[in-house]
Design a protein around this ligand. Structure first.
Ligand SMILES: Cc1cc2nc3c(=O)[nH]c(=O)nc-3n(C[C@H](O)[C@H](O)[C@H](O)COP(=O)(O)O)c2cc1C
Length: 369
């Protein structure tokens, strides 16, 4: 019996297996609106047999986009564009769908990665804008500094998360992941490297956690009680004096008390000075630490083969594994993992005839071409 292919419930949402498709920005939206690219990209991932498909970082307001081409969910037009994609997914797939709600903070207004990824200065050609953050400290020396958010700005952003959560529910999206990782706005509040505020939102750990927790609470309250809300964290900044695993454990404990349904444990992204010891499963030990608090955890980061993923879940290091690049490289990764582990996986009937000889029940008892 495979642990990776055992079901898990997040509130009323039942995942058939522990494989999560990690959120992946596509930088292919127009004015925040999903395009035909999202149809193709999310369409094929929806047929992968994974337990949960988490859509990319989706900006809750235009100011919070990493690039001008980011996906958004801040008005009726962006909602309608995503409704088209959701409609196609629902018509042809049973996969549960989450959306990652995000605000890029001081890392907004940049070029797409394949065009260098550096800041587009406010007003510069290519559509740059003045960014917002906890404090007026740029990510790269020499970048235009963000504007430190005032009380009004905080309220505006909190409300934008709430409005996006309501739109997500209307779209029939099953779950929300609040993006508190990778050096974007909510992580910028947590880290003493990017948060130099002297008000109630800066200084002590309790103060630095305040705004991310307010956003989490507001999203949780705005989304139906039967649907799960998780959080993605960076467990460390990988910089001396920055956010670290001990503070992350404290954050997880508070989130747990407030009803978080999972913590997706990533790392880094806050500082240009980070030194990351990248390697196979390098972030799994952080997930293990968070899991010890009793919260459901997703492990992510260079989890690439079926037996590695199986061991992470079977040994109780995390409840689920999230894969990003591995899913792009092999969009049928869950099928191949099920084949390797002697498990079953869901496939659309149109594809049943692909079931390999000798793996008669890979797609279930009734799956015959
Ligand atoms: C193309 C691409 C886009 C990504 N976009 C996001 C994103 O929108 N939100 C996020 O939290 N992480 C994002 N990530 C990080 C992944 O979700 C994942 O945490 C990271 O790639 C490590 O997992 P992997 O080794 O399986 O790729 C992205 C990664 C890639 C490769």
């Amino acid at each position: 019996m495979s642990a990776l292919f055992s079901p898990i419930s997040l509130r009323d949402l039942n995942l058939k297996n522990r494989i999560v498709i990690s959120p992946m920005c596509q930088y292919s939206a127009e004015d925040g609106k999903a395009t035909d690219w999202h149809m193709l990209h999310l369409g094929h991932l929806a047929l992968s047999g994974a337990g949960l498909l988490c859509m990319e970082a989706t900006a809750v307001e235009a100011d919070g986009r990493i690039t001008p081409a980011d996906l958004g969910l801040w008005n009726d037009e962006t909602e309608a564009a995503l409704a088209r994609v959701m409609g196609a997914i629902r018509r042809y797939s049973h996969i549960p769908v989450a959306v990652q709600l995000a605000h890029a903070g001081r890392k907004a207004s940049t070029r797409v990665p394949w065009d260098g990824g550096r800041q587009i200065a406010p007003g510069a050609p290519g559509g740059g804008w003045r960014t917002h953050a906890p404090s007026a400290i740029p990510f790269h020396d020499g970048d235009a500094a963000p504007v430190a958010l005032d009380e009004q700005g905080l309220t505006r952003i909190r409300d934008a998360f709430v409005a996006a959560a309501k739109r997500a529910d209307r779209l029939g999206i099953d779950a929300i992941e609040v993006h508190v990782a990778h050096g974007y706005l909510l992580h910028e509040f947590l880290s003493p490297l990017s948060n130099h505020r002297t008000d109630a939102y800066g200084g002590s750990l309790e103060n630095r956690m305040r705004f991310p927790l307010e956003v989490f609470d507001a999203v949780r309250a705005a989304f139906p009680a039967h649907k799960p809300v998780g959080v993605r964290v960076s467990a460390t900044d990988w910089v001396e004096g920055g956010w670290d695993i001990e503070q992350t454990v404290a954050f997880a404990e508070v989130l747990k008390a407030r009803g978080v349904d999972w913590i997706d444990v990533s790392s880094g992204g806050l500082s240009a000075h980070q030194k990351i010891p990248v390697g196979r499963g390098y972030q799994v030990p952080f997930a293990e630490r968070i899991k010890a608090t009793g919260v459901t955890t997703f492990a992510v980061g260079l989890i690439t083969d079926a037996h590695q993923a199986e061991a992470i879940v079977a040994q109780g290091k995390a409840d689920c594994v999230a894969l990003a690049r591995g899913m792009l490289y092999d969009p049928r990764w869950p099928w191949h993992a099920a084949a390797e582990l002697g498990a079953q996986v869901e496939a659309p009937p149109q594809y049943w005839r692909s079931q390999p000889h000798g793996l008669k029940h890979l797609f279930g008892e009734h799956a015959v071409g």
